[in-house]
Write a protein that binds this ligand. Structure first.
Ligand code: HEC
Ligand code: HEC
Length: 390
């Protein structure tokens, strides 16, 4: 919340809640506190210091809906206190604080969302919205409303749905992407991490995320999201992923896609086979090739995998799923590598730790051309592009 607080402390807005119903409601205060309290000592700012969110400012249709429903009234109250400064009273993401933010607040009127358990382009499930609001989006200014009561979260979710007609017309189409119920045990093994590295390069993740995962691939600087805003690929070495940092979170995010990152389906993951070896090894230094080789040679050929897709669909799905988990393991491992010494989780190489052996000598996978030293920065430290610090 550092960012949110500092934004509001430098005074862009003063919220005055004017609706009658609001005074009566006890509304969660967590991230909205600074917002509602308004600026203190803000002489430098030349902009209007007052923004008043009233029911009157709501688009007519939305206002009528709100007036008819106590739940939506509560939803608007929660929104006014906690969200309007960024997401705006018309829900277009252009609240008074928005022009100070590098990563723009979501425009709710388009009905497009990044973090979903549903395929790219579909509306998210309610549980996705709950997670976003509860956990926030790390590395952006979207705060975590950790202590907001569920009733208020339900209400504000119902309220923001009023901003896009898609929530009436397309809600039936929502399909949950098939997600496993739990991550495999013992995810961070050497085998998985190195195969993950192989899949990473084989699938071209480096074009956006860069060879070492620093978010500096060849296409990294030209990317725009579905709203036309520039967006940088995730830097694996800096800060938590927005959609959550557990293995399941990372699996879900990259299986379902985050505009402009495509979603990775089984048909794509199924292309990660031994046949990719010449192409992948072409971009790796010999030391890294040697580390990866044993785990790649045991992969099946493309022809074998393709055959499963016809004759043994379950096996094919399982194979693709394993490749997805390899990528999750690689992601988590890169994150671990960037933690300052002493903060490494002991579980990185469990089998080695148990036998008292040392960690792999070569450390982080390398292109040979880039410096590999881990930044002396805690990866939970917010990204420079703005952050909630939670
Ligand atoms: C300090 C600014 C700020 C405040 C306050 C704020 N948000 Fe956000 N919110 C953002 C930003 C920025 C994003 C977009 C982040 C991104 O795209 O990476 C966002 C994105 C979202 C998303 C979209 C997630 C997705 O999957 O695309 C939802 C839903 C959301 N916010 C809900 C809320 C609600 C509800 C509140 C109030 C309870 C709120 N936000 C308060 C800045 C804010
Ligand atoms: C077309 C460019 C592109 C490609 C290719 C790409 N990504 Fe991304 N990825 C992005 C962008 C952009 C983001 C950041 C989105 C955001 O912050 O809103 C991202 C974010 C992520 C995140 C963090 C998500 C979060 O919750 O914040 C992970 C993990 C990730 N990518 C993994 C991968 C993997 C693994 C591959 C290859 C299989 C891959 N990406 C390929 C562009 C790409």
């Amino acid at each position: 919340m550092d960012r949110a607080v500092s934004i509001f402390n430098t005074c862009p807005i003063r919220m005055q809640i004017m609706t009658k119903s609001l005074a009566l409601l006890s509304v969660s205060f967590v991230a909205g506190a600074a917002l509602v309290a308004g600026p203190v000592g803000c002489s430098r700012d030349t902009r209007p210091t007052e923004t008043i969110a009233t029911m009157d400012e709501l688009p007519t249709e939305i206002r009528s809906a709100v007036l008819e429903s106590p739940d939506l009234k509560l939803g608007f109250a929660v929104y006014s206190r906690n969200c309007v400064g960024c997401h705006g009273v018309t829900g277009d993401g252009a609240g008074p604080a928005a022009d100070r933010l590098t990563i723009q607040p979501r425009n709710f009127t388009t009905g497009v969302f990044k973090f979903r358990s549903t395929p790219n382009g579909q509306l998210p499930l309610d549980e996705d919205l709950h997670r976003t609001i509860r956990q926030g989006l790390k590395g952006s200014s979207m705060p975590a409303f950790e202590f907001m009561p569920e009733r208020e979260r339900n209400a504000v979710i119902a309220f923001i749905k009023l901003y896009s007609p898609k929530w009436k017309t397309e809600i039936q189409n929502r399909q949950r992407v098939l997600l496993p119920s739990a991550a495999p045990d013992n995810l961070l093994t050497e085998e998985r991490v190195w195969r993950g590295r192989f899949a990473y390069v084989g699938m071209g993740c480096q074009h956006c995320h860069g060879m070492t995962g620093r978010g500096d691939g060849a296409s990294a600087f030209a990317l725009r999201d579905d709203w036309g805003n520039p967006v940088r690929p995730y830097n694996y070495h800096r800060g938590a992923p927005k959609g959550g940092a557990t293995p399941m979170d990372i699996y879900r995010t990259f299986r379902t896609g985050v505009t402009p990152m495509p979603n990775y389906q089984s048909s794509t993951l199924g292309l990660v086979t031994r046949d990719l070896k010449p192409a992948v090894f072409g971009s790796l230094v010999p030391e890294e090739q040697a580390l990866i080789e044993p785990y790649v040679d045991s992969l099946p050929t493309q022809a074998e995998v393709e055959q499963w897709s016809e004759s043994a669909p379950e096996r094919y799905e399982q194979y693709s799923d394993e490749r997805a988990w390899d990528l999750v393991a690689y992601t988590l491992w890169l994150r671990e590598q960037s933690k300052p010494a002493g903060k490494h989780s002991a579980a990185i190489w469990p089998h080695r730790a148990a036998s008292g052996e040392e960690e792999p000598a070569s450390g982080q996978p390398s292109t040979g051309s880039e410096t590999q030293s881990a930044p002396a920065q805690d990866p939970t430290t917010p990204d420079a592009t703005g952050s909630n610090g939670n």
